[in-house]
Design a protein around this ligand. Structure first.
Ligand code: ZN
Ligand code: ZN
Length: 365
């Protein structure tokens, strides 16, 4: 049986590069030779503490943002052919459950997840081939195309908000997701204030359009001071009509609610640890008519829109790709992203060419 190199997840803190059989595509499936995969904060979290939905069996395939070339087509596949460059999302909804029927596809009861991007080959399940796989326009690299997944999550988050041209938004957290929010909100005509604890993230936020930044570490991590600093930058110091939390910690969730102005919308986007409870001022919630929303994952519509925005250069994907690493160094690359170095690292399988670096590559040496 032909084999390939793949990173497999064995348990929290334990992922290994192993020789693994190349998957055989079943009916309706595609076998894709991975051209590039991207590191993601979710993968780092999953590596450190495991993940109940992503890792169904152990050892498990690992990695979920990727693009590549069709190497084999399963029986009955008509839309794709061997040799085509494709990008696939990491899930697809069933289209039939109660939530799918209400067009809430991110809440699908049978959402099918795909992992295994940190490998030379990946088999894309039938449902994802049918609903969430696209040809890559010729002018995009594999790594650029692979950015559709995190961008789609962000576009899904923005759709949960009422965004007015010229309004102020605060974004808490300048990791890849926070930066995509800064970028997309700026595109939508909002004036963005970004906050983070690390200067490289704030510099990147300014690159992507933030008009002002708050370094939370400068305030000795005092939440009161961070809230005051962010509010001081909003019109009339009233707070922001839109506040987005892209960190995933109870303290920043609370801080986000306190940065909103009357009638403000707070999007809690960062996923927190299971069982996280956070305090909120009930008086403000009521008398200030705050709206607090949680948003998870993406939908096929947002995957489609993300590819359009990257292909049209409305979102410049290259600016997010700050390093290249061979497959064998995947875990080191994930740890590096956890240490706030760079934005996204392109993981390149042994048999693929190194992809070009993005424009921000040298800013955070
Ligand atoms: Zn991701
Ligand atoms: Zn469903």
């Amino acid at each position: 049986m032909p084999s390939m190199q793949a990173i497999l997840f064995y348990g929290p803190g334990d992922a290994r590069l192993v020789e693994s059989p190349i998957p055989t595509p079943g009916p309706g499936e595609l076998l894709v030779k991975v051209g590039a995969a991207l590191t993601c904060g979710t993968d780092l979290k999953s590596y450190r503490r495991g993940h109940p939905r992503i890792f169904k069996t152990l050892p498990s395939p690992f990695g979920h943002e990727f693009a590549g070339v069709v190497a084999e087509v399963g029986a009955g596949v008509e839309r794709f052919a061997i040799g085509q460059r494709v990008v696939a999302a990491n899930s697809a909804p069933c289209g039939e459950c109660a939530f799918c029927r209400e067009e809430r596809e991110s809440l699908c009861e049978r959402l099918e997840f795909l992992n295994g991007a940190y490998a030379e080959y990946i088999a894309v399940p039938e449902r994802i081939v049918r609903r969430n796989t696209y040809l890559i326009p010729d002018h995009l690299s594999f790594a650029e195309a692979a950015l559709i997944e995190p961008l789609a999550c962000v576009l899904h988050g923005l759709d949960a908000l009422d965004l007015q041209l010229g309004a102020t938004a605060v974004v808490l957290g300048c990791g890849p997701i926070g930066l995509l929010f800064v970028n997309a909100l700026t595109l939508r005509g909002l004036s963005v204030i970004a906050s983070d604890r690390h200067e490289p993230g704030l510099a990147a936020a300014r690159h992507f359009g933030a008009v002002a930044t708050v370094n939370a570490a400068d305030m000795g991590d005092s939440v009161d001071e961070q809230v005051a600093a962010a509010r001081a930058l909003t019109p009339g110091e009233r707070g922001a009509p839109v506040v987005i939390e892209a960190v995933g910690r109870a303290e920043t969730w609370t801080a986000a609610t306190r940065m909103a102005r009357r009638g403000g919308q707070i999007l809690l986007f960062g996923g927190a640890k299971a069982g996280t409870i956070f305090p909120i001022d009930g008086t403000a919630l009521h008398y200030d008519e705050l709206t607090i929303k949680g948003v998870f994952h993406h939908t096929p519509r947002h995957i489609h829109l993300a590819l359009y925005l990257i292909a049209s250069s409305a979102i410049n994907a290259r600016d997010y790709l700050t390093a290249n690493r061979p497959l064998a160094e995947t875990i080191a690359a994930l740890e590096e992203s956890g240490a706030h170095r760079g934005i996204k690292t392109v993981i390149v399988p042994p048999s693929a060419d190194l992809a070009p670096l993005g424009a921000l590559a040298h800013e955070d040496a």
